[in-house]
Design a protein around this ligand. Structure first.
Ligand SMILES: [Zn+2]
Length: 455
């Protein structure tokens, strides 16, 4: 094998410049990019690959996945879709650390993994500890327990901390203090408002819709301590409240203003509302459904039995598909407001927890929904450069420049013109190693589409 690879004469979206540049070449040595330039003298011992007519861009980053909830074979779907990095924001500590080791060493085919360890709940449990999602949970039951738990996780080598739904502001504060900026802290919170968390110094807010829900929904519709994440009332209540949310009122203004000032990253997960918006028939025609992992399908079947409604692969069991158009539009509007005010929008999908969205392909959907809200280039940056900043890896990932990891997509069409062109993926490099997406996807087990119907 040659020492170097030269990708020659491409259109390059480096996710630094405002526009793509034509006639640019990229030189890869080992796992890094060494040069991005119009003219590169390849020299001896170089594989030269003509990329005339192709578009190159950084590999995509999904900032919100639950990788240990699927079989390891499903992780290759990320690469098949062009997702070269994923942040796991909730999983059993030993499992995520072990999985990160296997994937990052190349023993398992998948995206480079960053892990947060467990969802850190507060006094109460957001899910039944014995149930489907309970394996992801851990607790910080009071302020005094925060330093011990945080130091345990950081000692185990987590890349970030994820605070969860039942955590109250006093414990959120204690956890953020205990982390002391050593890793980024993000949260999907319910008992603490997004504004409180931002003022306490959190680095990221997951879900443009769920976490700031209590900040902007009408007061009489707020989530109260008796509504848990696993309660059938949760989806119904939050959908209604979110549809009524005031994105321009004082609560929203205070939140967006504080997020812009502190550059707090907003994880989007628009794709979670896509299914509720699109309707059952269109969802059944969606070709990405064949990539729903079996483990997710099994979990969702069980969940559907508990709430007794909706198709078994629908995340929003209890909310009719096709009735969520206002909720999705509202979430896009919230993304647009934050982006236009100078805030940081980072793409994430929540894939692998529930059936929809499927690994990797969910981020392609996310980019399409983001592009509706903030345009093509900003949407592409939300899943590359901005997403890398949420991992504090902006000098390593998410852009095409010398010194960065050679995580590069080779596309047949230019996604800055239409982000759906991310689906024209011809080759994907992770750390300088080339993978053929068609070969990856061809090896994925065929699925009986008829078995993905109604519960
Ligand atoms: Zn999640």
């Amino acid at each position: 094998m040659a020492q170097q690879t030269l990708l020659r004469n491409a259109r390059v979206i480096d996710c630094i410049s405002k526009q793509p540049r034509d006639g640019v070449s990229i030189l890869i040595r080992g796992e890094r990019i060494v040069k991005v330039d119009a003219r590169i003298d390849a020299g001896a011992d170089t594989d030269v690959i003509d990329c005339t007519g192709k578009t190159l861009m950084p590999g995509l980053i999904d900032t919100h996945v639950h990788a240990t909830m699927v079989d390891e074979i499903d992780l290759q779907l990320f690469l098949g879709a062009g997702v070269t990095t994923a942040r796991d924001v909730g999983g059993k500590l030993e499992k995520v650390i072990a999985l990160r080791g296997r994937v990052n060493s190349g023993a398992v085919l998948g995206p480079r993994l960053f892990v947060c360890g467990p969802l850190l709940d507060g006094r109460g449990d957001s899910f039944d500890h014995q149930g489907e999602f309970g394996i992801m949970l851990d607790n910080v039951p009071d302020v005094a327990a925060a330093p011990g738990k945080i130091n345990q996780l950081l000692g185990a080598g987590v890349d970030g901390i994820k605070l969860y739904f039942s955590m109250t502001p006093d414990i959120v504060e204690a956890c953020i203090k205990a982390v002391d900026k050593r890793v980024p802290v993000t949260g999907h919170l319910g008992r603490t408002t997004a504004l409180e968390a931002v003022n306490l110094g959190i680095d990221g807010i997951e879900h443009m819709w769920i976490t700031p829900y209590n900040d902007i929904c009408p007061i009489e519709m707020r989530l109260t301590p008796d509504i848990s994440m696993s309660s059938p009332r949760f989806s119904k209540t939050t959908f209604k409240g979110w549809e009524e949310a005031d994105l321009h009122g004082p609560g929203a203004q205070a939140l967006f203003g504080a997020m812009v000032e502190k550059q707090v990253k907003m994880g989007t997960t628009l794709d979670l509302l896509w299914l509720a918006n699109i309707g059952l028939e269109a969802a059944l025609a969606d070709t990405d459904r064949i990539y729903i992992p079996q483990a997710c399908l099994n979990r969702q079947r069980h969940l559907a039995k508990i709430v007794k409604a909706g198709p078994e692969w629908d995340i929003h069991t209890g909310f009719p598909p096709g009735k969520g158009d206002k909720a999705l539009d509202k979430q896009k509007e919230a993304v647009r407001i934050l982006h236009e005010a100078g805030g940081v929008v980072v793409g994430g999908t929540d894939c692998c927890g529930v059936a929809y969205p499927p690994p990797g392909f969910a981020l392609l959907r996310e980019v399409e929904l983001l592009a509706d809200a903030i345009g093509n280039m900003a949407a592409l940056k939300a899943v590359t450069a901005a997403a890398a900043s949420a991992l504090r890896m902006e000098d390593q990932l998410g852009t095409l420049a010398p010194g960065r990891y050679a995580d590069i997509l080779v596309l047949g069409k230019d996604p800055s013109q239409d982000v759906r062109s991310l689906r024209s993926l011809e080759r994907v490099y992770r750390a300088g190693v080339a993978h053929d997406p068609q070969a990856i996807l061809a090896g994925y087990p065929a699925r009986d589409m008829n078995n993905l119907g109604m519960a």
